[in-house]
Design a protein around this ligand. Structure first.
Ligand code: FAD
Length: 694
């Protein structure tokens, strides 16, 4: 998903420096492997001295097609792996997958014309490249890009390069799919030749997977034609070799039972803590914010003291989830692995270029519980791929139908919110699918992703304690056979219940392994890292601010108001602090109701809270209505250069607020809407308008 707003710039700069430094070296060449298998040093792909020369690498490993990915949340990486596999199985291409960050691009002018480069590129936030694509993007888009042979851009130095491109974006953002659009433009400008059309997937419309599937068929036709490839009967070839080590015991010290990397395995967690290396943080405090029984919203205080992690108000914290035991059991059982769950397995790439997404040796249980996204929506392509391993002919036919019929698949699978194991279970009526190679599961499912939360505390007020405000995802569609339980938020709920010694700690029987691998999370701990963002208060607290944050969108604004209240208490001049908040009912989900009163005491007249209740009256009232109601005040503050902040739902609310702001400005100032829209755009460009949306 195209996740964030403005936070990437600072982060990218920081990360670029770090990554550039580490990856140019030899020893740390694979430092950015998200699962730290470099630290684990557990597979063949982590050799020291790894070359950054892609052409050499392809020659050495006898490849004629490289699939590069620019990925933030793992989806682009997953699509890249799928394309690589398909290119090989259907067309005999000798494919490899490559992280854009792992190579240099100044020799692309020597890319042989009988080889193919595939680019799978996610766009991040406001049109930025993903972290791992920053360097490539800056290089290829540079006005004075220069290649090894010294040819200038006008001389079309890339005229030998054949490529295809697919982008992952979100149409709710202004710079929709700008990564793939721009890279495509830059490559074409440099003379490279694209085969087929550049594809665009839209997460905003929820059609990413279908867009991808629809794009790739004509693309393959174009590739096959240009490269003279014959399509062949696709036979499944595993990417990973799974060896069951019955000679080993899961208790042995070097077996990973869910530890994210070698440091964690060896017992003493060591910083720096980052996206590759979480800090196992104690949860200092937790409480329920809603007063209704059937919905939960958690406030948690996570202690980062002694970790060397730091944050500033407006940053994000990532929570590394653990899958629910109930779903782990279902998954193991439907694959017929229940009795082997604690068998030690060694996972190796069958090809030197295949990266194992978790450290090994491990066990089936640990790999599934801690590393694989087993509860996510099912991919239709995976359904096609699994069909051949069905336990019976009937089930196979049904799977094949689901795989090939988009509408049928939606009706049966997506609309019912099924995850993979639930689907397999229902199709075979519980009969285990023992023929499915475990490698196919590793290939077909995404690595579990840490989830981000907008920090809801001020770093000035509590520098060692990070607060989050998370609504627990629990979705029951009327006729769906299962309640969809959000992976991370239900894990957090179980932790909260444990902390409070709840007599019924797991009301849904989800059965989390709360004490973590080898009890390393015992007490009440959760693995985390911090991500810095650009969503920031003005450095001068006397500047006015306007915040729009319905629901959990209020999270960073609790931090903002907490900070300004503390500043006011300390005698600083604090400007007008206006918050538009929205919820259903005053006595259900009006979160932090008491706290707002306290902040009001500190900030006095300068704190103004407008609350919209959508279900309390005869009419639904949303934050947008409140903005309209207070349009005059709002515009007056904007004219005084108030900072304007929006947080929460990207798909609808944030977009509507953006449009509405233009309308308000137009009406209040008596100027045409087009002019007002330009003002809003300029506010965004100068950071006077900031978004933190998801
Ligand atoms: P997941 O398991 O990830 O499920 C999420 C959703 O995916 C489900 O509700 C459903 O719509 C869909 N889904 C999952 N599985 C299936 C399936 N099998 N079939 C069909 N659909 C499915 N959230 C907050 O509450 N507070 C915050 O302050 C906050 N800040 C954020 C800041 C940023 C920058 C970002 C990117 C996100 C933020 N979020 C916040 C959202 C948060 O990261 C999580 O996405 C959210 O908590 C849900 O996580 P989960 O693991 O519980 O749910």
């Amino acid at each position: 998903a195209q996740l964030d707003t403005l936070d990437i710039v600072v982060l990218a700069a920081l990360l670029l420096g770090t990554v550039a430094y580490f990856t140019k070296g030899t020893y740390w060449a694979v430092y950015t492997d998200p699962y730290g298998s470099s630290l684990a040093n557990s597979n063949g792909s982590t050799k020291a001295g790894k070359s950054r020369n892609i052409i050499e690498k392809m020659e050495e490993s006898d490849k004629n097609c490289v699939v590069f990915y620019g990925s933030q949340t793992g989806t682009a990486e997953d699509y890249a792996s799928r394309l690589a596999k398909e290119g090989h199985s259907r067309f005999g291409l000798k494919t490899m997958v490559a992280d854009l960050e792992d190579y240099d691009y100044d020799n692309l002018d020597k890319f042989p014309d009988d080889k193919l480069a595939v680019f799978v590129l996610a766009t991040y936030g406001e049109g930025e490249p993903t972290d791992n694509a920053v360097e490539f993007y800056e290089f290829i888009g540079s006005e004075d890009v220069s290649f090894s042979e010294g040819a200038s851009a006008e001389e079309q130095p890339l005229s030998n390069l054949h490529y295809v491109a697919f982008g992952l974006g979100n149409n709710t953002y202004e710079h929709y799919n700008s990564m793939v659009r721009n890279v495509d433009k830059y490559l074409t400008r440099l003379g490279a030749k694209r085969l087929g059309a550049a594809g665009e997937g839209d997460d905003g419309a929820g059609t990413m997977e279908e867009d991808f599937l629809a794009w790739k068929e004509p693309m393959w036709t174009a590739v096959a034609e240009t490269m003279g490839l014959e399509e062949r009967e696709a036979v499944y070839e595993p990417v990973f070799k799974i060896t069951e080590r019955t000679d080993m015991d899961a208790d042995e010290d070097h077996v990973y039972l869910g530890e994210p990397n070698k440091n964690h395995l060896e017992g003493a967690q060591k910083g720096p803590y980052n996206v590759n290396n979480p800090f196992i943080a104690p949860i200092a405090d937790s409480k329920e914010l809603f007063t209704v029984k059937d919905r939960n919203c958690l406030h948690m205080e996570i202690n980062i003291a002694g970790s060397n992690l730091s944050y500033t108000t407006g940053d994000h914290i990532a929570i590394w989830p653990t899958n629910a035991g109930k779903e782990v059991d279902r998954f193991l059982s439907i694959l017929g692995l229940g009795s082997k769950r604690h068998t030690v397995i060694e996972v190796k790439g069958l090809d030197a270029t295949a990266k194992v997404p978790f450290p090994s040796p491990t066990t089936y249980d640990a790999a599934i519980r801690y590393h694989m996204e087993i509860c996510a929506p099912v991919s239709r392509q995976l359904v096609s791929n699994i069909a051949q391993f069905a336990p019976s002919e009937d089930v196979k036919n049904e799977m094949a139908k689901l795989g090939s019929d988009k509408d049928y698949f939606h009706e049966k699978v997506i609309d019912n919110n099924l995850n993979l194991a639930q689907l397999l279970e229902s199709l075979s009526k519980g009969e285990p699918w023992t023929k499915v190679p475990f490698s196919l599961m590793i290939e077909g499912l995404v690595k579990i992703q840490p989830r981000y939360y907008s920090i809801s505390s001020s770093s000035h007020v509590q520098k060692d304690k990070i607060a989050i405000t998370a609504v627990v995802e629990s979705l029951h569609k009327p006729n769906a056979p299962h309640v969809l339980k959000g992976v991370t938020t239900n894990y957090l709920l179980a932790l909260k219940q444990k902390q409070h010694g709840d007599p019924n700690p797991d009301p849904h029987g989800l059965n989390y392994a709360l004490t973590g691998p080898r009890n390393k999370y015992d007490g009440v701990h959760v693995p985390v890292h911090v991500r810095h963002s650009n969503f920031k208060l003005p450095s001068d607290p006397s500047k006015p601010i306007i915040m729009v944050g319905p629901g959990t969108g209020v999270a960073p604004f609790r931090a903002f108001v907490q900070e300004r209240a503390a500043q006011a208490k300390a005698g600083q001049t604090v400007g007008k602090t206006v918050l538009f908040f929205g919820c259903r009912r005053k006595d259900e989900d009006f979160i932090y109701q008491d706290e707002w009163e306290q902040y009001k005491e500190a900030l006095g007249e300068n704190f103004i809270l407008h609350v919209a209740f959508s279900r309390d009256g005869p009419k639904k009232v949303y934050v947008q209505h409140k903005m309209e109601e207070y349009a005059e005040e709002l515009d007056k503050l904007l004219q005084q250069k108030a900072y304007f902040y929006v947080c929460g739902d990207a798909a609808n609310m944030a977009r509507e607020v953006n449009v509405l702001l233009g309308k308000i400005i137009s009406k209040q100032r008596g100027i045409p809407e087009s002019k007002a829209e330009e003002i809003v755009k300029a506010m965004r460009a100068s950071n006077q308008y900031q978004e933190d949306v998801w």
